[in-house]
Design a protein around this ligand. Structure first.
Ligand code: PMP
Length: 398
C-alpha cells in the first residue's frame, strides 16, 4: 500500500514562492520587494550590532541548554512586557499583564487562536481586509470562524468609516484583530482620533481585541508605535497582544515573540496563563531559547539597549527616506500624485494599488518582484536602485 498516494500536491506559500522565483531569475538588475525583511544599502538583512554583542556575552556566560519553562524566559517576558506596555504601566504594577514566550509573532498568533478556540468557544474573529494572508489561514486552521472588516477602499485609501460601520455590526463579544502599527500589507495606519473611535466601538460591542504588534519601532518610534496598544490595555479590562522581535531586533530566524495577556485581575490572568501553558505544551512544548535570551540581554543592559534603540531608529529613518526617495524618483514620470500615499504609509510595506496584471508585467519585463496584491516591501530597496524602480513602475502605469 502506498500511504502517500492519496496526498495531493499543493502550491507553496506565495510569498516564499516569490523568494524562490527571485533567486532563480538570472537577470542582474532584478529587484526583490516581496518578502518582508529589512535590507541595508548593500542588500543584506544585517545582524544588529547590539544582537552581536549580546550573543558574545551569552556565548561566554551560558551554562546550560536545558529546557526553559512553558512561558519561556522570565526575564525576556518581563522586559518585553515593559517594552510594549511601558515600564511604569499600571497593568504591570497591579500584576494584570504577563507574557508567554512564543516562536515568533506567528507562534503568538497561533497560541492566541488555539486559546480562543479552546477556552472561548463560539467567538468569531474579525480581520482587516486586506491583512497579512497568514492571519486568514492561521485562524481558520485553528477552527475559528473568520470574518473581515473593510480597511482599504477601491481608491487605495484607508477607509475608517467603512471599518467603523462594520465593527458596529460585529456580534457582541467576538474577537477583533487590529494591527498596532505599520499595517501589513497596506502601510496605512489609524490616527489617534481613529483609534479612539475604534476603541469606543470595541467597548460598546464588548469585543475582545487581539492586537498584532509585529513592527514596534518601524512606524514612528518604539514609544509612539505603542500608543494604541497602551490606550487599549489601559482602558479595557481584557486585551491580547502578540509581539514579534523578528523585525525590530532583526531576529527573524531565531523565532522570538510573545503573547501578552492583559486581564482584569491576577486571578483571571493566572487562569488564562495556565491554559496557555497547556496549549503551548501540545504545540511546541517549550519555546526556542536563543533569540529571547538575546532580547533579554539587550533590554536588561542600559548600554546595549541604547545601542539597539539607535539601530531601530536608523532602520526606521532609512525606510522613511526610501519612501520619499521613491516618490521623488517617480515625479519626473508624472507619477507623484498617483503614488502620494508612499509618504503617508508607515512601516516596511506600501500597497501600491497595482493590479495583479501590472505586478506580473513588472516581474516579467523588469525583474521587479512584488507580492501579487501589489504590496511592495519598501524596506527591501536600495537607494541606488530608486531610479530603476521608478522607470519600471512608469512602464506599467503610464
Ligand atoms: N504579524 C504580521 C502583521 C506580520 O507581518 C508578521 C511577519 N510577516 C507576523 C505577524 C509574524 O512575524 P514572525 O516572523 O515573528 O512570526
Amino acid at each position: 500500500m502506498m500511504h502517500f498516494s492519496q496526498v495531493v500536491l499543493v502550491p507553496g506559500d506565495p510569498i516564499l514562492g516569490l523568494m524562490e522565483a527571485f533567486r532563480a531569475d538570472p537577470r542582474p538588475g532584478k529587484l526583490d520587494l516581496g518578502v518582508g525583511v529589512y535590507k541595508d544599502p548593500q542588500g543584506i538583512t544585517p545582524v544588529l550590532a547590539s544582537v552581536k554583542q549580546a550573543e558574545r556575552r551569552l556565548l561566554a556566560s551560558e551554562t546550560s541548554k536545558s529546557y526553559i519553562g512553558g512561558h519561556g524566559d522570565p526575564l525576556f517576558a518581563q522586559r518585553l512586557t515593559q517594552l510594549v506596555l511601558a515600564t511604569d504601566s499600571p497593568l504591570i504594577a497591579t500584576q494584570r499583564a504577563a507574557a508567554t514566550q512564543t516562536p515568533g509573532g506567528t507562534g503568538a498568533l497561533r497560541l492566541a487562536a488555539d486559546f480562543i478556540g479552546h477556552c472561548l468557544p463560539g467567538k468569531g474573529i474579525w480581520l482587516s481586509d486586506p491583512t497579512w494572508p497568514i492571519h486568514q489561514t492561521l485562524f481558520a486552521e485553528a477552527g475559528l470562524a473568520v470574518n473581515h472588516y473593510p480597511y482599504v477602499n477601491a481608491d487605495n485609501c484607508l477607509d475608517v468609516e467603512a471599518l467603523l460601520e462594520t465593527l458596529g455590526r460585529v456580534p457582541h463579544g467576538d474577537v477583533v484583530l487590529l494591527h498596532a502599527c505599520c499595517h501589513n500589507p497596506s502601510g496605512f495606519d489609524l490616527s489617534q482620533a481613529d483609534w479612539r473611535r475604534v476603541l469606543a466601538v470595541v467597548q460598546a460591542r464588548e469585543l475582545l481585541p487581539l492586537i498584532d504588534f509585529a513592527y514596534q519601532g518601524f512606524g514612528d518610534g518604539l514609544e509612539a508605535d505603542a500608543w494604541a496598544v497602551r490606550l487599549f490595555a489601559e482602558t479595557l479590562p481584557e486585551v491580547l497582544i502578540t509581539s514579534s522581535c523578528s523585525k525590530n531586533f532583526g531576529l527573524y530566524r531565531e523565532r522570538t515573540g510573545a503573547l501578552i495577556v492583559c486581564a482584569s485581575s491576577l486571578e483571571r490572568l493566572s487562569a488564562v496563563r495556565s491554559q496557555l501553558a497547556l496549549i503551548a505544551r501540545n504545540l511546541w512544548s517549550t519555546p526556542p531559547a536563543h533569540g529571547a535570551a538575546v532580547v533579554a540581554q539587550i533590554l536588561e543592559d542600559v548600554e546595549l539597549k541604547n545601542l539597539w534603540i539607535t539601530e531601530v531608529d536608523a532602520m526606521r529613518q532609512r525606510i522613511a527616506a526610501l519612501r520619499l526617495g521613491l516618490l521623488e524618483a517617480l515625479a519626473p514620470h508624472g507619477l507623484a500624485e498617483r503614488f502620494a500615499h508612499l509618504a503617508t504609509q508607515r512601516g516596511m510595506f506600501s500597497y501600491t494599488g497595482l493590479s495583479p496584471a501590472q505586478v506580473l508585467r513588472l516581474r516579467e519585463d523588469s525583474g521587479v518582484y512584488l507580492v501579487g496584491d501589489g504590496r511592495a516591501n519598501v524596506a527591501g530597496l536600495a537607494e541606488a536602485r530608486l531610479g530603476d524602480l521608478a522607470r519600471a513602475l512608469a512602464q506599467v502605469c503610464n
